[in-house]
Design a binder for this molecule. Structure first.
Ligand SMILES: Cc1ncc(C[n+]2csc(CCOP(=O)(O)OP(=O)(O)O)c2C)c(N)n1
Ligand SMILES: [Mg+2]
Length: 703
């Protein structure tokens, strides 16, 4: 549908009174972006130059956002999925006068982005890094740069708004009614994660979501006719989106009409396809790939400024009246909206104190009171249960107390046991946005990104699939870690122990990959009680994502009268058996399903009079966080006879095995057969662990 729809035209509001100041403000965004990239001699000038009018129109005429209170919960969200164009965002944050907040949301009394910050674009410790980073620059709602991720995140943000509205709004007191605006590029449109996300957004009829697609037909290798010739609008219509066109990015009225159509649409998400000219105004660079990712050069910068009617020798110039223009539009509108909301929240707190308190805790990132009270303890049982089953029970014991703990699987919840089974849980669907069981469909990558978007919106999401398919959402998982958001990834079928599905489904290198990711906490519990403790530890912090690796097959539930309590999980690793005061002769170290093999070998060794020890090491990251004294107590450095056992890649285990220890690990892909047979084939048996321990002892005694 073209954007000049007549109802939209009549709905258009606040048409600018002074086109001259509008033009100056738009050119300020352009020139700040050019100057910053030129000074850094690095960055992406072309797209900010092209999209300055789009961003200006959106922020000054539509965004419901108070620059003085950038964490106001009902603010509209702006996501720059085309993160390379970040100077566009930094320029707007500067001109809008957005205030800087610290990590706890307190105002610091300085701008989020000062002119000096812009001048240090892409330099060490700058508040303006090469791509927008959540938690680093106030006003950046999510980290973007890996194309497609911002699009995916935005769907999670839109789901979160709908969920919050369903849970907290009353007919008279509407706390939440914000929109999510995204600027995305050809690259975003080409990435699968955005397609997955768009598909589920259409299914969920997320009418609070507006993607503005910069259809400039240019990407790094040149014109998109070499790669990207589909009809994007038709594709999105097939997804169930409303699609609009703005034929010229410089036509602010056309853009405003399209945005008004978006606002008037309440049954589907909106895609606005904007035709723009990359590098607009730079005579030798505009409409070329060269405008994408390098400084224009001093001469070309001057020529572009000349084309805008800008003083050619001025750098980082913000003409009089430009900041004022943002103040009188965005600032005035946002302040009023936020003040009205504060008053609304006061009334809400009087009418619904319990709900207000619940939201207050969510907003602060605090768990609800008493969430741990029903976490079960599992009785000793040599047959035991799979850790995925234990996880399902634990999750269902916590979730009734923790409303915003919600999520689901990529079409695998019957296997991953993540379904919330109590009556009040409900399914999140277009007719029930308050549901807590989410059905992501077979869209792992978008699932991760959606979880990120939910987490930055203060929900407490979990996302689940088989461990092997963590590969499919690794891009989003990496950003969970980089952003420091507490998404819980629940991975089941965590090893060759899954059996018959064979090597395509058997995780090998995934644990090493996840452990190699900074700020990702990986947990692989050994039995049902460790699983409960893993959930307790995972949800007791709110600054990092957690990946849980859980078994498909049953694992014995250790007798905690005989062995140490599972509370040791909180420290990442603990002595499960053979603590004593004596220094052990040999240490068996395992995770997850392999810990019971260590215990079996331990029993044999002890029966022979060997002073053996079993260390369960469910989380390397938590263990590494303990002080040296504790780590040395668990793994005395003097004891070099060691065996590590994990049915996964060996990479990294030498850290615990030491230079002479034995590492029982997977050195190939697995095989399709019953789980026990596969485990035996690859050496994951009590006997193999026992033999390795004996060999270690023989060597040590011979020394
Ligand atoms: C997942 C991912 N792959 C590759 C890149 C590197 N990259 C950055 S921008 C870009 C494409 C540029 O074209 P487009 O998205 O149309 O942006 P424009 O130059 O038009 O702003 C690429 C390949 C990336 N940032 N993310
Ligand atoms: Mg492009």
């Amino acid at each position: 549908m073209p954007a000049d729809d007549s109802t939209a035209a009549s709905a258009a509001k606040t048409v600018s009174a002074d086109p001259e100041i509008d033009r100056l403000a738009i050119d300020t965004i352009r020139t700040l972006s050019m100057d910053a990239v030129q000074k850094a001699n690095s960055g992406h000038p072309g797209t900010p130059m092209a999209l300055a009018p789009v961003a200006y129109t959106l922020w000054t005429r539509f965004m419901n956002y108070d620059p003085a209170e950038p964490a106001w919960p009902n603010r509209d969200r702006f996501v720059l999925s085309a993160g390379h164009a970040c100077m566009l965002l930094y320029s707007v944050l500067h001109l809008a006068g957005v205030e800087r907040l610290d990590k706890d949301g307190r105002k610091l009394g300085v701008p989020a982005v000062s002119l000096d910050d812009i001048k240090s674009f892409r330099q060490l410790d700058s508040i303006c890094p090469g791509h927008p980073e959540y938690g680093h620059t106030t006003g950046v709602e999510v980290t973007t740069g890996p194309l497609g991720q911002g699009c995916g995140d935005s769907v999670g943000m839109a789901i979160a708004e709908r969920w919050l509205a369903d849970r907290f709004n009353t007919p008279e007191l509407k706390l939440f009614d914000y929109n999510i605006y995204v600027i995305c590029s050809d690259g975003d449109m080409m990435e699968g994660v955005a397609s997955e996300a768009a598909s589920i957004a259409g299914h969920l009829k997320l009418s609070n979501l507006c993607w503005i697609y910069d259809d400039n037909t240019i990407s790094i290798e040149g014109h998109t006719e070499i790669t990207f010739t589909e009809d994007v609008s038709a594709r999105f219509r097939a997804y169930g989106w409303n699609t609009l066109e703005v034929p010229d990015a410089n036509d602010c009225e056309s853009m405003a009409r399209a945005l008004n159509v978006f606002k008037a649409t309440n049954d589907k998400p909106t895609l606005i396809v904007v035709r723009s000219m990359i590098g607009y105004g730079a005579p030798h660079r505009e409409n070329t790939a060269a405008a994408h990712g390098e400084a224009l050069g001093e001469d070309e910068v001057r020529l572009a400024k000349h084309a805008y009617g800008w003083p050619e020798d001025a750098h980082f110039l913000v003409p009089d009246g430009v900041r004022g223009r943002f103040d009188e539009t965005l600032g005035a509108r946002g302040a009023k909206a936020r003040e009205d909301w504060d008053a609304l929240f006061k009334r809400y707190a009087e009418a619904r104190p319990a709900k207000a308190e619940e939201y207050g805790r969510m907003r602060a990132g605090w768990p609800p009171d008493g969430w741990q009270r029903d976490i079960p303890t599992f009785p000793a049982d040599p047959k035991g249960i799979a850790s995925r089953d234990a996880s399902g029970k634990v999750l269902n014991a916590i979730a009734p107390y923790w409303e915003s703990l919600m999520g689901g699987a990529a079409d695998l919840s019957p296997s991953t046991k993540t379904n919330l089974t109590f009556d009040a849980a409900g399914d999140l669907e277009p007719n029930n946005y308050g549901g807590r069981n989410m059905h992501f469909g077979i869209r792992e990558h978008a699932m991760g990104a959606i979880a990120n978007g939910m987490a930055v919106s203060k929900l407490r999401p979990y996302a689940s699939t088989f461990l092997i398919f963590s590969d499919y959402m690794k891009g989003a998982m990496r950003l969970s870690a980089l952003m420091g958001v507490p998404v819980t990834y629940v991975f089941t079928h965590d090893s060759i122990g899954l059996g018959e599905d064979g090597p395509t489904h058997q995780a090998i290198e995934q644990l090493a990959t996840l452990r190699a990711t900074p700020d990702m906490i990986v947990m692989r519990p050994a039995d049902a009680n460790e699983t409960a403790e893993c959930w307790r530890a995972a949800l007791s912090q709110n600054a990092k994502p957690v990946s849980m690796a859980l078994s498909r097959q049953a694992l014995p539930t250790f007798d905690r009268e005989t062995y140490a309590p599972a509370s040791g999980v909180a420290k990442g690793g603990y002595v499960l058996a053979g603590a004593g005061d004596e220094t052990p002769e040999v240490i068996l170290i395992g995770t997850g399903s392999e810990v019971s093999l260590c215990v079996g070998a331990y029993e044999k060794l002890v029966a022979e009079g060997v002073k053996a020890r079993v260390v369960s090491l469910p989380s390397w990251e938590l263990f590494e966080g303990q002080d040296q004294a504790y780590r040395a107590e668990v793994l005395p450095p003097a004891v070099t006879a060691r065996v590590t056992v994990e049915a996964a890649a060996a990479l990294g285990w030498d850290r615990y095995a030491g230079p002479t220890g034995a590492i029982i690990a997977m050195r190939s892909f697995g095989a399709s057969a019953p789980g026990k047979d596969v485990q035996k084939r690859f050496g994951f048996t009590v006997d193999a662990v026992y033999e390795a321990a004996k060999a270690q002892l023989t060597r040590d005694r011979a020394l």
